[in-house]
Design a protein around this ligand. Structure first.
Ligand SMILES: Nc1ncnc2c1ncn2[C@@H]1O[C@H](COP(=O)(O)OP(=O)(O)OP(=O)(O)O)[C@@H](O)[C@H]1O
Ligand SMILES: [Mg+2]
Length: 465
């Protein structure tokens, strides 16, 4: 062997076959085994990459299957469905993957492709007009990464959003950026971010009881229109717009003063349930959240974490969702972001209010897309959210998840995501995410970039001596 031969690259022993020009099988020795998510270059072909979706062992070597993707004009001379036989393939260079994944605007990058730090993975913003499911076990970095996405949307699009924030994690989305004075910070500060909080006297989070739908009022008061028909009827008659002028403390005395036995029963119900004491929920004279959202600030954060009772969170969520649905005919786009979505749309809610919120979200999942109401739902396990909602999602973000059952369930619901990539989620580190669906150019495992604005609630450190 000459000295020259020693520096030449090892001959490639992996070869690819494709009968339809779209899917492929590549076989090679174990030493060249790729991972799901890798890209392979075809010898002598610049315009096509082989995207590996699944890899299995095959005797002494491996068999990889996946999809052929065009990355430039080189392949256009060939018919798209032309077969490939016995083509040598090798790991691809970052610049070829860059052309496929990174787009032209680095501001759209959600992070770097795992294993290829030089390749940014760009968001495809015009595909946020679908529902998105965001899943990962506790501590996997969902809320942090969701914050990264929301910042990218704020900086690069004019898509307004409303954020249901049960842990007060997004209440600092409007605050001084981490690097004040940077271009990023300036771009973010130009966008109007309204944070509504139960205890904030300037921007209180409130909704109007009188403006709730009849079904929502009945859910708050646990009334059944048939079983409790007299009281329900009194509710419909009495709680109209004029009621807005009655002070909170006067509602029960007012009902009693009417001398009507059904109004008396209603007064007792209000007292027993303590609904009048939800003083941080009802707007009375204050501007309700529905009016703020109707104005479409760039982002409206609803700090549901500021309520003491889960019923108050649900009442506010229902008022907002019902109002969005009632105005759906306006077809004004809105991204509806729900962190800890299992609070608002579990499979089996325990209260009438919970059922009403879940049912409205099922309806928005099924029919909202054409009205510009797009959901982005984050949770720890797929089974914690109603299946009728998960199955309507076309974009998936999957962060670390150990449970095989959960991964299996996701693979079967999100049939368009390669199983080989879903399986990797058990080994993800914090901040790594599989993104798949139209909102990214290709299914990709991404190491998410840093936040620009601070996260509200971060992990509590262990006290040390
Ligand atoms: N990419 C990251 N870079 C730096 N810190 C991160 C990153 N991802 C997460 N963290 C930090 O790790 C902690 C847990 O992350 P996060 O709150 O996002 O988890 P989660 O998946 O939303 O968990 P849970 O389901 O319990 O809400 C937080 O303190 C967060 O700031
Ligand atoms: Mg979280």
């Amino acid at each position: 062997m000459t000295a020259n031969a020693e520096v030449e690259p090892a001959p490639v022993a992996t070869h690819l076959e494709s009968t339809d020009g779209r899917s492929f099988v590549a076989r090679g020795p174990a030493s060249e085994r790729p991972l799901a998510g890798d890209y392979l270059e075809l010898d002598g072909e610049d315009g096509v990459l082989a995207f590996v979706e699944d890899v299995s062992s095959d005797g002494l070597g491996f068999a990889a299957t996946g999809t052929l993707v065009q990355v430039g004009s080189g392949a256009q001379a060939r018919p798209a469905d032309a077969a490939w036989h016995d083509v040598a393939v090798r790991p691809t260079r970052p610049d070829a993957v860059h052309r496929l994944l990174s787009g032209t605007d680095p501001e759209l990058h959600l992070g770097q492709l795992a294993g290829q730090d030089s390749v940014g993975v760009a968001l495809v913003p015009n595909r946020l007009n679908r529902h998105t499911f965001w899943c990962g076990q506790s501590g996997s970095g969902k809320t942090y990464a969701l914050g990264v996405l929301l910042e990218r949307i704020l900086v690069t699009t004019r898509l307004p959003m409303v954020v249901f924030d049960p842990n007060s994690d997004f209440v600092r989305l409007h605050e001084q950026a981490v690097e004040p004075g940077s271009d990023q910070a300036r771009a973010l500060q130009e966008r109007e971010v309204v944070v509504l909080r139960p205890d904030d006297p300037d921007s209180p989070l409130r909704v109007r009881f009188t403006e709730l739908t009849s079904r929502a009022k009945a859910a708050v008061l646990r009334l059944d229109p048939v079983v409790d028909r007299a009281e329900y009827n009194a509710l419909l008659r009495l709680f109209d717009g004029e009621f807005n002028t009655v002070e909170a403390g006067q509602i029960v005395p007012y009902l009693r003063s009417l001398g009507d036995p059904d109004a008396e029963a209603l007064a007792q119900r209000l007292e027993n349930l303590g609904v009048v004491e939800w003083t941080k929920t009802w707007a009375f004279g204050a501007t309700p959240a529905t009016e703020v959202i109707a104005r479409r600030p760039a982002a409206t954060v609803l700090d549901l974490g500021g309520y003491d009772r889960s019923e108050e969170q649900l009442a506010v969520a229902l008022a907002v969702l019902d109002d969005l649905w009632a105005r759906r005919g306006e077809r004004r786009p809105l991204l509806i972001v729900v962190d800890e979505a299992h609070n608002l749309c579990p499979p089996d809610p325990e209260t009438p209010l919970g059922v009403a919120v879940r049912d409205r979200l099922i309806q928005i999942a099924a029919e909202g897309r054409k009205y510009g109401l797009w959901l982005l739902l984050s949770t720890q396990r797929p089974s914690k959210v109603h299946p009728g909602i998960v199955s309507q999602c076309d974009n998936l973000t999957l962060m670390r998840m150990n449970s095989r059952d959960d991964l299996e369930q996701l693979a079967s619901v999100f049939g368009f995501v390669p199983r080989g990539l879903i399986a990797q989620a058990a080994r993800f580190r914090q901040g790594e995410a599989l993104l798949a669906g139209g909102f990214v150019p290709m299914p990709s495992v991404v190491r998410v970039r840093g936040r620009v604005t601070p996260q509200g609630g971060t992990d509590v450190p262990v006290p040390m001596p």
